[in-house]
Design a protein around this ligand. Structure first.
Ligand code: BEZ
Length: 209
């Protein structure tokens, strides 16, 4: 069964490169990014894992814990980490789940048999402090992800979780935002006393609160 937005992220226990974890306990009330890569010792994955490691401060600033997964052993993850350091200049600084028996991959529907019977696709789950799934992304093995985009979406998710706004196309942190349609003009006037640019009654643009 696919995991949908708003679902509670399934809990699990697993071995990782940083020891055994119980997922919900490990995550606590932080945000989390749980992502899968197809296979250790493969080229695109090597670049993805290295780049994600360079973003550690960005994730920490947003109170996000990162955890990786593939259907390889923890021993393979550890051996591969040296290759990642050799080629990308940094080794993974987040736990990587060894899921050789596919328990977690199956739980999160990360194996898409019409793509591959054995390897996980490139899944990303962003999970909120309430353990609800806020975002899912799926890329094929041949296409590396843009982890700057993952950060951008987290900025939007964190903003829109607490303010009555939505973020427009290609929005970046600090750009103008849109007042949610559910808010009446009277309610909006209280929240945005400096006003907004009403381009259509349903398109009210305001400075990022
Ligand atoms: C890669 O990471 O380059 C890759 C992994 C599995 C299949 C194809 C490519």
């Amino acid at each position: 069964m696919a995991i949908r937005l708003g679902d509670t992220a399934p809990d699990f226990t697993a071995d990782t490169t940083e020891g055994p974890i119980s997922f919900h306990q490990w995550k606590g009330d932080s945000w989390a990014v749980l992502f899968s890569h197809p296979k250790d010792f493969t080229p695109v994955c090597t670049t993805e894992l290295g780049y994600t490691a360079t973003l550690a401060e960005e994730f920490a600033r947003r109170n996000v814990k990162v955890i990786g997964l593939s259907c390889d052993s923890v021993d393979d993850h550890v051996a591969w980490s040296q290759d990642i350091e050799d080629t990308q200049g940094i080794r993974p600084n987040f736990p990587m789940i060894g899921d050789a028996d596919r328990t977690v991959a199956d739980l999160y529907d990360m194996i898409h048999p019409n793509a591959s019977d054995t390897m996980t696709v490139r899944s990303v789950f962003v999970i909120g402090p309430d353990n609800a799934v806020k975002l899912t992304i799926t890329y094929p093995a041949s296409t590396g992800r843009n982890f700057d985009e993952v950060l951008r979406v987290i900025d939007s998710l964190q903003l829109t979780a607490t303010k009555k706004v939505a973020t427009p196309v290609n929005w970046q942190q600090g750009d103008d935002v849109i007042i949610v349609p559910a808010l009446s003009n009277e309610e909006a006037a209280e929240l945005f006393p400096d006003g907004w640019d009403e381009q259509k009654p349903y398109l009210r643009v305001v400075a990022q609160p």
